[in-house]
Design a protein around this ligand. Structure first.
Ligand code: HEC
Length: 746
């Protein structure tokens, strides 16, 4: 009856503050247990949270210091310092608080980049199991690098040598299972002598920058209800900002700001308006959608200190794929938003997809840029959508800078589709339709079904469309280079089918359970492709584009050396000429290069670095290493690197305490199979074999036991083979588990 309590609490708040004054609700996170009036008062909120710091929820963690901290610790950065392009350090997830991932460093340039060699390689020692993904952008300050693995293990590393300084690893709760899309962490934040990390179980933790000791720990939310943290927090103006993930679990999204000193919540702004507030008219009246409608914020925000605004994009509507019970535009889902950074007050929003039924949420971090257009300097904000368009807006007011047209789109009564959708002027960076030629070339002869384009609705009859819910652009961050005035974006291009459940039963909201509302799946035996695209920021037109034969799932760094760097699923880190896209350098690492590269400088030397650790959704080879390159590096290829030259975490053994230790039991049981499934298959195939993000439904399999075993061993299509990764017993166990899914279905 949680919902009812929140209703009562909110009713209390509304009566006291008066309806309609605030467009968003400020609420004590504990409000469903608190007295209604307490929820309003800041003081009582302080007490609750300070209590939690003293006793950080009884959570165990591991932390160890190996060597003395060699550098200075971070100050309480001024806005001016955080707005500077990163010319030595890499201070925030996006390089600076504009999120542009542009560095003015130019020692490494198009003329000498071919001499770039690996200088040091460091093995983090965690996050190797298949369910983990390495998506972190490392940060660097005064010669020290900070990195985090999918297992939430944070390390401070000497940025010149790759040696470990300290390590921290939290114990994550047993049974944590509300992660739709792999166990990931996109990075830490730095400031005021602290390292901030958001944990998968929705805790926010501050570590001492010198020692890795826990300074404070705050429970942001309850993972059991589907709230998790995968994004890097942002440090700005003495506060730590974090959003929340969980759009697939029927959550109520928000961004919250915490006092960087003590972890007390300063404000929290929900992205779903309460009944009566501005935006609530875009939902059915008298519904509880405002409590379960999604709109998570799962990327690191950007800030414009001059305007005093914080910017981010919101995730999908819940349930993702069924619009039948949520007539209207469903604000503020799928939107770029601006709030007052001090107070969290709403400033403006721009919705990219009205009444989303395809999971086309803007997953890519927003990027701020300043550019002269028609003789006038414009303050821009760019967001690369899953739709395949870049949305270019004026960040002072949210109005289109290049032009975005509302156009009529195909309708479906059952889905209560929006009559129009926004179509940005300019080029899309991935295909948005399926042509006869595509069908002929890409799809198996036996595949027959209805095809559609972007915004084609679906109901009972399956429809296959492009782009897929993977995008377009997904989380892998884009970059903007002020010299080329080009915006660089990675795109995914694959075939996905959607259909509404025949049974209404499947469409019920249950707290903490995945809630898609319909079925989606990739088309079996169809190719996945990717694009690396440079877009003219003034016209939104493509200047150059490189096509890949896999999804592009890493992130982009651009530099004043006229370069861009990005990672490839096959393990390569690749450099292109920023002006024309010509490939100028590559190095193959030992795992999927599925995280964004960075650059930094220590003692006058420029380095390029990438955390190459593989990805469960992309199905790439897993690893745990940071590769750092320089013009004075020694190793031209992986084969040149002797095992003993790789720095290994000295605490590797001690840290191996999180769930999922390999147990060697002979007994084969469905329970064990479930464990293997959760660790290796769930992110793609979904809970209980349905609703996964990159694999077909496994509940009505037409395969015998031997065929299933062969599929698991060899993979195929976009599924990796597990012959080397799993034992015979584990393969047997997971096969039994999968067979049990179809039996239950009858
Ligand atoms: C990276 C995503 C991914 C992961 C991880 C993954 N799969 Fe798959 N799986 C797929 C895709 C995509 C297909 C369809 C393959 C094709 O195109 O033919 C598939 C197909 C299958 C099939 C055949 C389904 C059919 O109807 O033909 C089975 C069975 C299966 N997977 C089981 C598993 C098991 C068990 C695991 C874990 C050990 C696993 N998968 C891990 C993506 C994945």
């Amino acid at each position: 009856m949680r919902n009812k309590n929140v209703w009562l609490v909110t009713l209390g708040i509304l009566l006291i503050i008066g309806v309609g004054i605030f467009s968003f609700q400020y609420e004590n996170p504990d409000s469903d247990t608190a007295d209604p009036e307490e929820g309003l008062q800041n003081e009582s909120q302080e007490e609750t949270n300070i209590e939690k710091q003293k006793n950080p929820n009884g959570n165990e963690h591991f932390s160890v210091q190996h060597t003395e901290y060699p550098g200075e610790v971070t100050p309480d950065f001024s806005p001016e310092e955080l707005i500077e392009p990163p010319s030595g350090n890499w201070l925030t997830n996006g390089g600076n608080i504009y999120n542009g991932r542009y560095s003015p460093l130019s020692k490494i340039d198009t003329s000498n980049v071919s001499d770039l060699k690996a200088e040091w390689i460091t093995s983090m020692g965690t996050g190797l199991k298949f369910k983990y993904s390495g998506e972190a952008t490392p940060l660097v300050y005064d010669g020290v690098m900070f990195n985090v693995t999918g297992e939430n293990h944070v390390a401070a590393i000497d940025a010149k040598t790759g040696e470990f300084i300290w390590e921290y690893k939290p114990k994550l709760p047993e049974g944590l299972d509300t992660l739709c899309c792999g166990w990931v962490n996109r990075g830490v934040a730095l400031g005021d002598g602290k390292v901030f990390v958001g944990l998968l179980d929705a805790r926010l933790v501050a570590l001492d920058q010198k020692t890795g000791e826990v300074l404070w720990e705050t429970v942001v939310d309850e993972w059991e209800k589907g709230y998790t943290i995968t994004s890097a927090p942002l440090f700005y103006d003495g506060k730590v900002y974090t959003g929340i993930a969980g759009g697939e679990y029927g959550i109520r999204g928000y961004v919250a700001a915490y006092d960087a000193n003590i972890g007390r919540q300063v404000w929290r702004t929900y992205t779903l308006p309460e009944p009566g507030a501005k935006g609530s008219e875009t939902w059915p009246e008298d519904s509880e959608n405002w409590l379960t409608g999604g709109a998570p914020v799962w990327q690191t925000p950007a800030v414009d200190p001059e305007l005093g605004l914080i910017y981010f994009a919101t995730g999908n509507t819940a349930p993702d794929l069924d619009g039948s019970n949520r007539k209207g535009d469903n604000l503020y889902t799928d939107s770029v938003m601006a709030l007052n950074a001090d107070t969290g007050d709403y400033e403006w929003h721009f919705q990219e997809v009205h009444h989303d039924i395809w999971d086309y949420d803007p997953a890519n971090p927003v990027v701020l840029y300043d550019v002269k257009m028609n003789g006038e300097t414009k303050k821009g904000i760019a967001q690369a959508g899953k739709t395949g368009w870049v949305y270019l807006l004026d960040r002072t007011n949210g109005k289109p800078l290049v032009g975005i047209e509302e156009k009529p789109v195909p309708q479906n009564k059952n889905q209560k589709t929006s009559p129009t959708q926004p179509f940005p002027i300019g080029d899309s960076f991935v295909p948005q339709e399926i042509t006869e030629e595509d069908i002929e070339r890409d799809l198996p002869k036996e595949f027959n079904g209805k095809f559609g384009n972007i915004f084609t609705p679906f109901w009972d009859e399956p429809v296959t469309v492009k782009p897929s819910p993977q995008g377009g652009a997904n989380w892998p961050p884009s970059a903007y280079n002020p010299n080329t005035e080009l915006f660089y974006v990675l795109g995914n291009d694959n075939y996905f089918s959607y259909a509404h459940y025949a049974e209404d039963e499947e469409n019920k909201f249950e707290v903490g359970k995945e809630w898609l509302g319909s079925i989606w799946q990739p088309v079996e035996k169809s190719p996945s492709r990717g694009t690396v695209t440079a877009i003219d920021i003034k016209t939104n037109k493509i200047v150059w584009q490189n096509d890949w034969d896999t999804i592009a799932y890493s992130g982009i760094l651009t530099t004043a050396g006229n370069l861009i760097f990005t990672g490839h699923n096959d393990g390569r880190i690749i450099a292109y000429d920023a002006t024309n896209g010509e490939k100028v350098w590559q190095f193959k690492t030992d795992a999927g290069a599925n995280a964004p590269p960075i650059t930094y400088k220590v003692d006058g030397k420029q380095y390029i670095s990438i955390f190459s650790a593989g990805n469960s959704l992309a199905g790439t080879q897993h690893g745990d290493k940071i590769y750092t390159f320089s013009l004075e590096g020694k190793y031209g290829s992986l084969e040149d690197i002797p095992e003993e030259d790789i720095t290994v975490s000295p605490a590797k053994e001690e840290m191996d305490f999180n769930q999922g230790k390999q147990e060697d039991k002979n007994e084969v049981s469905v329970d064990e199979g479930l464990k293997v499934y959760e660790n290796n298959c769930l992110s793609c195939h979904g809970a209980e074999g349905a609703g996964g993000h990159n694999g077909p439904n496994l509940q009505d399999l037409n395969m015998n036991k031997e065929q299933i075993i062969q599929q698991i061993k060899n993979g195929g299509g976009n599924m990796p083979g597990f012959e080397d990764g799993l034992t015979e017993e584990e393969i047997e166990a997971v096969t039994e588990y999968i067979r049990s899914l179809s039996e239950e279905e009858g």
